[in-house]
Write a new protein. Sequence first.
Length: 591
Amino acid sequence: MLLLYTAYLKLRRTSLAFLSLLAATPALAQTIYTPAALTPTSFTADVVADGAGTALSSTTHGFDTGGTDVQYCLVAPNFVSPTTGGTTRSLPANRILQNPASPTPGLTFQLQPYNGLNSLRIPGSGNGTMTLATPQAAHSVWLAAATGNGAPTGNNPVTLTVQFTDGTIQLFNVDISDWFGGTNFIASNLGRVGRTNDRFDTAPNEPRLYQFELVLSAANYGKLVQGIQVFKTQPSGVTTATVFNGMAITLASPCNLPTAVVASSVGSVCPGQSAQLTATLTGGAGTYTGQWQSSPDGVTWTNIPGATGRTYTATPTATTQYRYRQVCAAGPSSNSNAVTITLTVPSATLSYANATFCRSGRSGVPTVTPAGGTFSAPAGLAINASTGDIDLAASTAGNYVVSYVSSGPCSATAAYSLTVLAPSAALAYAATTFCRVGSSGLPAVTPAGGSFSSSSQGLALNAGTGQIDLAASTAGSYVVSYTSTGQCPATATARIEVKSDALPTFPNVLTPNGDGVNDALKLKFDYPLADVSGFHLMVFNRWGRKLFEGSDPATGWAPDQASGGTYYYTIDYSDCAGRPQHYTGWVDVVK
């Protein structure tokens, strides 16, 4: 560090290429002054007495040096000493330094908080750096500073090195005036208090802080300022150490805004489409920024995040106006013309004559808006992609959603739900065979609401319900038809048989001679023996002795081994309706 410091001193003494400038150059028209935020390491001392308590307790150093009776601090407006009270002269409460009578109108500095480190303090010979929290470009760099224990207008030399982020520098030799009696101040009549005795100095218009402009060369205009490094040399022949206090930095740039004209690649877009906006700039100079803005009505404008370049790709979700706004740093601004991008929101409609069709014929051409689009449907629906007409006979029954996509630059989609029905009907009775007794009950049908009919007379059929009055019907086989109603009528059939429930025939004479007539005791039914269940026959002689027991109604009892005479029998069975039957009787055997 010592070698570097020595090198800077040599440069300061030997080079006339770097100008030594005090803050005396008037600001350019429309010059924009931006107080710079500095890193905490830029400051090494608290030289401002603040709050309730002694000045010694709220500071780390005095603004100057010397014996305990000559050390002084700057004063915050809220400082109240327990012995001397408050003061009527102080630094501004908002910590902003500004001189209304300054030859650089608009120049301000932002001081650090009064209750922390707020000065780059260099007593005697030494160095330090005031670093920008965010490097910025500028045409000149302004420094707010003053010297304690120095000469009012001379022999307080420092070398100020403006550092850029690319590693280059620019040197300035500056004489920093004492905080009493100097000229070109940014603030005066600030008041001060003894650091060890809390006594306020009553000297009018004192102390002061000064403004120093470091004008950058044109080659450095586009570079980002990193900070200012300060090298201080104790004046020769001065025994009391002079103290440098750097308080704040402000950056300055001229700003003459150009004329901006915005044009769009298209005037209207469909949803999801984009328009290319271009801002053409004419004239202008200095440092300014651009910002694209949008507005739904041309009255309320909103910055578009990240859109600062000369071009912007807009994808509006509604009809929107756009403009390009140019802003000088903390200063004037101007707006381009506004262009409107119209969002064309497409719409389409689709409808068929019906929502349900039978699986026969054709649906017909649907009604659509706008015309000229294409149709599509899931597999199973035979649809004409150009007209939307459906071949119902070639389609599969089911539920479908037909889609229609309109033509044109902004296509839209409409949908229509429809059902293709296959004509069908179902008919089923509880049984296919009934005894001629009671009722068949209601049949199961789908769909409901149809009518019934019989293939022939003799079946007492209710045409509205399908119920059969079996007792009123004639025994026989019938085909019952059911025809559904509705949009897709269909016919289903069921074959049923009505059987007689007449009593069996009982022979009273048996002649077992092999002629096939009355050879055995067998019952004769008007319906097939297969419809007889649980058949049980027992035969007894006149004395009650059981001679035969059988369960085959087709075989019965053959009295081949019996002698002539009278015999008795009992018969049990269930008829075609499942009803139990019991009969007793007698029969004569003749041989």
